[in-house]
Write a protein of this length. Structure first.
Lengths: 918, 447
């Protein structure tokens, strides 16, 4: 019987007792012969673990054989866990593979779940046995990572563990800090007991715990060892003994060890052997921390140090001035008070140093420092500077030659800029006219990419890319009809597509988008699909299309003259105009009043009337001139005269319609109960928590009118999964009237939950909104207020940038924003701290214009807030006081009335009194 | 793991920092893969600002330990920094594990007592215990530094030999070459005092930052904003700058240097006699190693004779003057800019942002490694070997070619020395990350 057959027989008959003698007699050559069958059998019989296929005995036989026969590479590929049977039969006593240490070392990261404490304990016990018997010499790091989650009762802890292994826990990064449950303090309690009963060196534990802060980047691990330090309650002598190590903790980057060390320093700074010089070296780092408690404790300590070490008064005082770089008024005040207490505010060197921080000082602090001019740093000449939308620096790139267009299209599937989905339409019309039998093959890559995108299957991307891919599939057919012999690549890809569809019929795969049968949906995706549909008709020769809506300037504006020229060209050459394309073009157009005579000269018919009405602010709407209301709707909406909009809509509606410029007036924030179920003491119980809700009612007059317009589709469909491509595309479709889109977006956010993709999209949306902000509709302000208090910081910061820019350009209604913010925070819809931090960090002291605007904003906000002050009101009032002081304004009657109500609250009394005295 | 994928650092003993009552002694153990650079001792002398040097070296160790896109397992083996000693300067350089952050500590002439025994570049052992001990270095206790054996003799005590077998730091070697090129093109855009710097870093949002941020100045205050302003530069992975936070309170000023195409940004901190610079790549997922800024230069091999002449007249840290190059090595003056770029691509030149000059240094890795590291370069050579490049047009103004891709032929057009390709790499990065293999192959073919 061959070796292989013998092995098969042992496995088949489950002869567990025979496997060891069998393996023992094998030479190296024979072992090699067995490698394939052992690998195969291990794979089959290890399924025993999951309760099928083979027996426990067969699994044990296969695992012992694998351990003895296979090399490191093969063994580590087939299993991450060594079978216990290897230990039970003590295989290592007669065969210990050279790779054992390496195997153990490399497999510590391969758990996808955290095994139990019992498992780790068994791993560590096995390791101890292996080490003792000399089977392997694992690295200290591996030992630490095996020990961290093991649980051994104190009486069973071996001396090697106490003498060597425990110290590895202090030296290597492990998961010792991750408890199995909240009350799990196994190692903390164990080490404390070992220290108490004298089994372990207390001083070494203290020192190693302190050193953890320099050793580990992980905040939780250093926090864990500092808990241990705290539990051991070091004496003054011990603290002095390790003071050099403690001082180096102060230069590290975790707050808990620093705060704890500052407490220790407080205990020892009066001792003669205290290293004052060493502590002073760390002070600049401590005073620069952005955690208030650290700076505060440091200042308190410095106060004590100046008193106790008068010789170092000047040096310490100079260091204290560094606190003035902090943005916190209270910290600045505390620093100045300490300097005043020790009469250092008339010291020239100190005053020079304070001068460096003048820009950063609160006005209330400047008032305490007679040498600092309270207004000198502010630019009082800051005036409103509107920035024209049509400029040289925001011109869109244009693609003229065939090669330029080829490179544009080859990058279209990589595009992250939503506007390229628009430019694409005009560029297809352009390149289609240039394609010849000689150059068609230059487009091979473009079609190759489009087809491959489809073949790849579902991807986590916007529908726009699928539509784009489908468009090129249809376009390939068109080109194949036109250039039968030369459209080689197109034919090859279309054949591949046929095979793909045939082969994948039985699977679910996504459909090629059918542009001939689009189902109307009130979303921006429909608008893009419609435009592709019209474009395909043009490419087939069914239409002679023009494209009017291509932006001339970023992010999506059209120069008025260029649009008029394009329309004139279309009229002269009898080109077809798509109604949505015309509406988008008008929506993006920047009105230039000087073009009235030019319009009269070059345009004709109804479109001429529309442009004259649109361009001339004095021209009223004359309904008798309206033949195609779809052409008029955007012009009338853009002029913003409610009566004219109402008249136009009503003229084409059977029922009575009331139109308001903004539909968003009905909104509120409420608090509603949310019920959920939870397991408690083995029972399923219903619990309730209060949640904040944002409610917005849309009347949709403009969307429900019989006049079909882009406004009907300025929406996103949350059920399809929302991508920023859709959101930005929607915003750019209506650059000059984007409040309708924002209102719909807001309603989506408000009426559903905050979808993760919407959350991700908000920063990108705001970047576009900053460039297109130009209106004074309430919806836009609700959206801005919502963003200013949003949970994610980048969104908040971008909203403050929008406020800064719009303030500079004079397009921000601060009163309306203030009222909206006050209404939003009436029920504390979002933590007020988000907004107050934003003011301090980003909106305060930009310029005198911005400070004045901030004063209007806050004066409008405060009266709208609840009579019962919400959390964070004190900080808001402190900022308000600072703004009043900077702008030399007095609080309005409305604000004083609200402050009168709030004055009843003890914590607010002081700041309210100061505001009253202002 | 095959031996080709690993590198052995063999230090004669571990680096140590010994504290005594009257001075601290920092001994940095050295090793170079290049035998000629494996000298026993490079430097021995006192540092005039020991506290700052210690803080900077700790920060450099943090840079080396950090990672922003790769897993913990990949960073297991810490890559030791390199040090270049000579011409009265000591420069320590290192990369983060993901090669997207480059840190450098420059100890200037005034920062040490001149005690240079030899000049050269070497790896130095940065072990955790030595870094831990650096924490205790204070302003007032003198620090004596020695790079290489203090006794100028090779220690033969086998017990003390430290061997670290680590995966070949491909990212390091590639990154070290291309980052110098980016530095040489960077322009100084802002100088901030300590207070402005602290306020600037306070504007970094907490946690992982997914969107781009921009350095802006408003009302004499600098801050990072997610909104682009005219002339502001995009920074991806802003959280990487937090590595500098422990040093900010100690600086005299900060200077910002920006690459004109925003491919890198350098933040250089000044401390009298020491500077610390941190250069970060455009995005956290883009290590400098993947940037192909110098691929075109590497296509053409540099001859041995030129290299040898260069070695003869250059010493480590010596300013490298492209103007003098033709005189010294007898090359055509027109070639010098290309030659400079090529030497930088080979890791023979570093760049000093303050003096706007390259300095000479030979990396402590075998030069053969550098040439074999770039897949795009290999791809281009393969395309040429397989004759998969067809030149359609080649006149003075325009080159047009078709180059085989996967299942399709790409169009390559080079006009006014600007190259474009229809492949995905070019479409995605628009030439920002160096040229694709198709363009490289076409350029080589028309030479």
């Amino acid at each position: 019987m061959s070796i292989v057959e013998e092995f098969k027989k042992i496995v088949k008959n489950q002869e567990k007792e025979k496997i060891v003698p069998f393996l023992k007699k094998l030479n190296d050559e024979e072992k090699k012969t067995l490698v394939p069958i052992v690998k195969k059998y291990y794979k089959v019989h290890s399924q025993y673990v999951y309760g099928s296929a083979s027996t426990e005995a067969q699994y044990h036989i296969a695992s012992i054989a694998a351990f003895v026969i296979l090399n490191y590479s093969d063994f580590s590929k087939i299993t991450i866990v060594m079978s216990d049977e290897i230990d039970r039969q003590d295989i290592c006593s007669w065969y210990c593979p050279q790779w054992l240490t390496q195997y153990m070392d490399n497999h510590r990261f391969r758990f996808y779940f955290k095994p139990s404490r019992q498992y780790y304990t068994s791993i560590y016990n096995r390791l101890l046995e292996y080490i003792t018997k000399g089977y392997c010499t694992p690295t200290p790091q591996y030992i630490a990572q095996s020990l961290d989650n093991a649980k051994i009762s104190i009486g069973d802890i071996k001396s090697i563990t106490i003498d060597e292994h425990i110290w590895y826990l202090f030296a290597y990064e492990t998961e010792i800090h991750k408890p199995y449950e909240k009350s799990d303090r196994y190692w903390l309690d164990t080490i404390q007991k070992l220290v108490e009963n004298g089994s372990i060196d207390r001083k070494r534990v203290l020192q190693e715990s302190i050193l953890s802060s320099s050793r580990f980047n992980n905040r939780a691990i250093t926090g864990y060892f500092f808990n241990l330090l705290d539990m051991l309650n070091p004496t003054i002598e011990e603290l002095l003994l390790y003071q050099d190590n403690l001082l180096s903790v102060l230069a590290n980057s975790h707050s808990k060890p620093i705060n704890q060390t500052l407490k220790y320093i407080k205990l020892i700074y009066k001792e003669p052997s205290f290293n004052l010089q060493g502590f002073m070296e760390q002070l600049p780092i401590l005073l620069a921390w952005d955690i208030k408690s650290i700076v505060n404790s440091t200042l308190t300590l410095m106060d004590g140090l100046i008193k106790y070490y008068p010789d170092s008064k000047e040096e310490l005082s100079l260091l204290i001035t560094q606190t003035l770089a902090q943005n916190d008024e209270k910290l600045q005040l505390k620093a100045i008070k300490i300097l005043g207490k020790y009469k250092m505010l008339d010291n020239g060197a100190i005053l020079d140093e304070i001068e460096i921080y003048a820009d950063n000082l609160y006005n209330s602090i400047k008032l305490l420092l007679p040498t600092i001019d309270e207004t000198s740093q502010m630019d009082d000449n800051f005036a409103i500077k509107p920035i024209p939308k049509i400029r040289e620096d925001n011109k869109m790139p244009t693609y003229k030659s065939f090669d330029e267009l080829v490179f544009f299209f080859s990058a279209i599937f990589q595009t992250k800029n939503s506007i390229n989905f628009d430019i694409f339409i005009a560029n297809i019309i352009k390149i289609d006219k240039m394609i010849t039998t000689k150059n068609i093959n230059k487009l091979d890559t473009v079609f190759h990419q489009a087809f491959k995108y489809y073949f790849k299957g579902w991807q986590d991307e916007s529908n726009f890319y699928l539509m784009l891919s489908s468009f090129f599939i249809d376009y390939a057919s068109i080109l194949l009809n036109r250039f039968t012999k030369d459209a080689i690549k197109q034919k090859e890809l279309l054949d591949e597509l046929d095979v793909f569809i045939f082969e994948n019929k039985r699977y679910r795969y996504r459909q090629v988008f059918d542009f001939e049968n689009i189902k109307p949906k009130q979303t921006v995706c429909y608008l893009f699909a419609h435009r592709c549909q019209i474009l395909l008709k043009h490419l087939k020769g069914e239409l002679n299309l023009t494209c009017l809506s291509t932006p001339t300037h970023q992010p999506a504006y059209i120069e008025n003259k260029v649009l008029i020229e394009k329309i004139a060209f279309s009229q002269n050459n009898k080109l077809d105009i798509d109604i949505f394309d015309f509406q988008i073009a008008l929506s993006r157009c920047i009105v230039d009043k000087s073009l009235i005579s030019y319009i009269k000269e070059v345009l004709e018919g109804e479109i001429k009337d529309i442009f004259l009405y649109f361009t001339n602010p004095k021209e009223p709407l004359d309904l008798t001139k309206v033949i195609t209301p779809e052409y008029w709707i955007v012009a009338v909406m853009r002029k913003g005269n409610s009566k004219e909009v109402q008249a136009l809509i009503q003229a084409y509606s059977k029922e009575e319609i009331t139109y308001q410029v903004t539909d968003a007036s009905n909104w509120e924030t409420t608090e509603e109960p949310y019920h959920y179920k939870e397991w408690e003491n083995g029972e399923r119980v219903t619990k309730t928590m209060m949640t904040k809700k944002f409610k917005l009612e849309r009347k949709r007059a403009i969307q429900n009118t019989h006049i079909d317009s882009i406004y009907r589709y300025l929406n996103i469909c949350t059920s399809d999964g929302v991508y920023h491509t859709e959101i930005n595309y929607g915003l750019l479709l209506s650059s000059n009237l984007n409040y309708i889109f924002l209102e719909n977006l807001l309603a989506n956010i408000a009426n559903t939950y905050i979808d993760a993709t919407i959350k991700k999209s908000l920063p990108k949306l705001l970047v576009y909104l900053i460039d297109t902000w130009n209106n004074s509709y309430e919806s836009s302000y609700i959206f801005l207020a919502y963003s200013l208090t949003f949970e994610e910081k980048t969104t908040r910061t971008l909203s403050s940038e929008l406020w800064i820019k719009a303030t500079t350009e004079g397009t921000m209604n601060h009163q309306l924003l203030g009222v909206t913010l006050g209404k939003l925070e009436h029920n504390e819809y979002a933590p007020l701290k988000r907004f107050t931090d934003l003011i301090v960090g980003n909106m305060l002291n930009i310029s005198s214009l911005h400070n004045r605007s901030l004063e209007v904003l806050l004066s409008s906000m405060i009266p709208q807030m609840s009579d019962e002050p919400i959390k964070g009101t004190k900080k808001l009032l402190e900022i308000y006081l600072e703004v009043l002081s900077l702008t030399k304004q007095k609080p309005s009657e409305e604000v004083l009335e609200k402050l009168g109500v709030w004055g009843e609250v003890k914590s607010l009394k002081s700041v309210i009194n100061k505001i009253g005295k202002n | 793991m095959s031996s080709a994928d690993t590198i052995d650092y063999i230090y004669s003993s571990p680096s140590t920092l010994k504290h005594s009552t009257n001075k601290d002694e920092l001994f940095l153990s050295n090793y170079s893969e290049v035998p000629t650079a494996n000298l026993p001792c490079f430097f021995r002398g006192k540092l005039s600002n020991p506290y700052i040097v210690a803080r900077c070296l700790i920060t450099l160790a943090n840079v080396v330990k950090s990672r922003f896109t790769i897993s913990q397992a990949e960073i297991e083996a810490m890559k030791d920094p390199i040090v270049t000693v000579g011409n009265s300067h000591i420069r320590f350089e290192g990369f983060s594990g993901c090669a997207g952050v480059y840190g450098r500590v420059d100890v200037h002439e005034q920062g040490q007592e001149d005690a240079f025994i030899a000049s050269g570049t070497t790896n130095v052992d940065f072990n955790p215990e030595m870094i831990l001990a650096l924490n205790k270095v204070s302003k007032h206790s003198p620090l004596e530094l020695s790079v290489g054996s203090k006794d100028v003799e090779v220690k033969t005590d086998n017990d003390k030999i430290v061997e670290k077998k680590v995966p070949l730091p491909n990212r390091w070697v590639k990154g070290l070459t291309s980052v110098q090129h980016y530095l040489s093109q960077s322009k100084h855009t802002a100088t901030l005092n300590r207070m402005q710097t602290i306020a600037l870093f306070r504007s970094i949002p907490k946690g992982k930052i997914k969107s781009d941020y921009y350095l802006i100045k408003r009302a004499n205050r600098y801050s990072f904003s997610p909104m682009a302003m005219p002339n502001s530069t995009a920074i991806g992975g802003l959280e990487r700058l937090r590595l500098l936070e422990p040093l900010l309170a100690l600086i005299t000023e900060l200077k910002v240097f920006v690459h004109p195409k925003a491919q890198s940004i350098s933040y250089q901190l000044y401390f009298d006699t020491v500077t610390f610079s941190l250069t970060i790549s455009r995005d956290p997922w883009r290590g400098f190693s993947g940037e192909g800024a110098l691929l075109e230069e590497l296509m053409e091999e540099i001859d041995e004779e030129t290299l040898s002449k260069l070695n003869n007249f250059s010493h480590a840290n010596q300013a490298f003057s492209p103007t003098l190059l033709p005189i010294r090595i007898g090359k055509d003056a027109q070639d010098t800019s290309k030659l400079t770029a090529k030497l930088s691509a080979l890791g023979l030149l570093g760049y000093d942002l303050d003096s706007h000059q390259y300095f000479y240094r030979q990396l402590s890795f075998k030069p053969s490694r550098i040439l074999t590291l770039n897949p795009r370069l290999k791809g281009a050579k393969k395309l040429l070997e397989k004759k998969q490049v067809k030149i359609i047009l080649n006149d003075k103004n325009k080159i047009e070619a078709r180059v085989a891709g996967t299942g399709v032929e790409h169009l390559v057009i080079i006009q006014n020395n600007t190259a474009k390709c229809t492949c995905q790499w070019y479409s995605k990065y628009q030439g920002e990350r160096g040229e694709c293999k198709h363009v490289l192959a076409v350029r080589e073919m028309v030479k």
